[in-house]
Design a protein around this ligand. Structure first.
Ligand SMILES: Nc1ncnc2c1ncn2[C@@H]1O[C@H](COP(=O)(O)OP(=O)(O)O)[C@@H](O)[C@H]1O
Ligand SMILES: O=P(O)(O)O[C@H]1O[C@H](CO)[C@@H](O[C@H]2O[C@H](CO)[C@@H](O)[C@H](O)[C@H]2O)[C@H](O)[C@H]1O
Length: 480
């Protein structure tokens, strides 16, 4: 395999210039592209690596690419902060290079290059090419460097060679390839310098012996030297982990049971236990802190700021904002009275879709990236475990609201069962901290209002109904 790797230089710039018009057209159509709706003003190469040289019949280019986009005209940057504008997001692309493209890869087509170093070649989405996806697995099996890319693995885990790859077709924030129904490789698309919690936390959990998370088998980073005299920046790019082939995700399972009129409370209780196990392992592996008066007030203020920004962006939330604010004021008041809470690393975006139920192993939790729109530093801060618990409680509500007629009693039972399960393991029922829990559930519902307004307007009614309830204008039925 070639060791040819290019840091941004004249060759990388020329390479990118030849791809420029094709990527401008292709990128905005990708599900994981976060800058939809804003024109692309330019690209900047962050790292360019030839994993397979173009001189072979098939080439494989690894690109880290900064995409410059002007901030939306007159748009409120909103609670997503810098990621809504800023200096430009960096994306990871794996580009196959062939001449010509065989018909079976037509669906992966990006474009024909007419100028520059790749002139006369066809470029395409490499993950859809079994030959290139297999090559990536081979690279992951061999720890070591490849230009700016650094490959690592757990040598105690056997990763057989030659496992047949197939891309996961689901709509995702990232891209995944399944290898022989044995492993799944998740490639992060929008990458930020710094430790990626989706790799960091499962590695810690595996070392703690926590079986509730598929343990990383191999992973890779980019080491991006920021220049002479400055620290290198590490950037997590992908992780290979066991594929739970027989598992069903919690969202699908919950909807299936709801549709049949079956109770989900046993599953919800088991999920509560699994969540508490993961929290205990995270607290054992990584520092915990006590949130005193100042920190609780800061937490409440940040929630109030997100509410304010969301109400500005989504007018339908405005009638409920004063009622919702009382949840954050109550939290700040309790902090002021000297009530303190422990904070620790948490999942950060826990919902039924992030939980996989295996017939033998029970519940596993996946996708520890946190809420993708939040800055990385914020996602890696210790937080009250109430954040994850609130995420799950909201998810039961979502499931109950996605059926016709709505099934609020189903959600109430699941929410209670989840809390009981959590207490089975942790010794403390989350409902014994109602102010903390209400504030987090309110904050999550506010996040969901913005998420749905931006991504799935047809779902907006679900978090808005929760906002109405949490603001104190809903029915008593919906109470926790
Ligand atoms: N270890 C695994 N075993 C089985 N399926 C998995 C595993 N990890 C992820 N998946 C499947 O891939 C989907 C996307 O994974 P996820 O980590 O949530 O990626 P994304 O950040 O792109 O949403 C999940 O909803 C699940 O269906
Ligand atoms: O799984 P992701 O990390 O992409 O999470 C984002 O998308 C989720 C939807 O796919 C969204 O979750 C919301 O909808 C779910 C039902 O589809 C529901 O179970 C969750 O409770 C609700 O929050 C999630 O908020 C968002 O970050």
């Amino acid at each position: 395999m070639s060791e040819a790797a290019t840091r941004p230089n004249a060759h990388a710039t020329a390479l990118l210039a030849s791809l420029d018009p094709l990527l401008r057209e292709w990128l905005p159509r990708q599900r994981w592209f976060a800058g939809k709706g804003r024109p692309i003003s330019g690209f900047e190469p962050v790292a360019v690596t030839e994993l397979l040289p173009r001189s072979s019949p098939t080439g494989l280019l690894h690109l880290l690419l900064r995409v410059h986009q002007p901030p939306g005209s007159g748009q409120d940057p909103g609670p997503e902060g810098a990621s809504a504008g800023g200096p430009g997001d960096c994306y990871q692309l794996l580009i196959g290079v062939r001449r010509p493209l065989p018909p079976q890869l037509a669906g992966a087509f990006i474009g024909h290059v007419t100028e520059g170093p790749l002139a006369g070649h066809t470029v395409y989405e490499a993950l859809h090419d079994p030959r290139l996806a297999a090559l990536l697995l081979e690279r992951l099996r061999m720890p070591g460097r490849h230009g700016p890319l650094r490959f690592e693995r757990d040598m105690d885990v056997e990763i057989p060679s030659g496992l047949a790859p197939r891309p996961l077709r689901a709509e995702q924030s990232n891209s995944s390839v399944i290898y022989g129904d044995t492993f799944i490789l998740k490639l992060y698309r929008r990458v930020v310098p710094g430790t990626n919690p989706d790799l960091e936390l499962p590695l810690h959990l595996a070392r703690q012996g926590c079986a509730r998370v598929p343990a990383p088998a191999a992973w890779f980073f980019a080491d991006l030297g920021a220049g002479p005299g400055t620290a290198d920046e590490e950037c997590g790019l992908g992780v290979l982990q066991p594929y739970l082939a027989a598992a069903e995700d919690g969202w699908e399972l919950a909807l299936r049971m709801l549709a049949k009129g079956e109770s989900f409370t046993d599953e919800a209780r088991a999920l509560g236990r699994a969540t508490a196990e993961v929290h205990a392992a995270l607290a054992a592996a990584l520092p915990t802190v006590t949130l005193g008066r100042a920190q609780v007030e800061q937490l409440a203020d940040a929630m109030a700021d997100r509410l304010d920004a969301t109400a500005r962006a989504v007018p339908a939330l405005r009638p409920y904002a004063p009622g919702l604010l009382t949840a954050f004021e109550a939290l700040a008041d309790l902090g002021g009275e000297g009530q303190s809470w422990t904070a620790q690393r948490v999942h950060g975006d826990l919902h039924l879709g992030q939980c996989l139920r295996s017939p033998e192993g029970g519940w596993s939790l996946i996708d520890f990236e946190g809420e993708p729109a939040r800055p990385l530093a914020e996602r890696r801060l210790p937080q009250p475990t109430a954040r994850d618990i609130a995420g799950m409680l909201r998810s039961f509500d979502y499931a109950a609201c996605s059926t016709e007629p709505w099934a609020p009693a189903w959600a109430t039972d699941c929410r209670a069962a989840f809390c009981v399960g959590y207490a089975d393991v942790s010794g403390r029922d989350p409902r014994t901290d109602p102010v903390l829990l209400r504030a987090h559930e309110t904050d999550k519902a506010v996040y969901e209002v913005l998420y749905e307004a931006r991504h799935r307007p047809g779902w907006l009614r679900v978090p808005l109904a929760a906002a109405r309830r949490l603001a104190g204008t809903g029915s008593a039925d919906d109470a926790l």
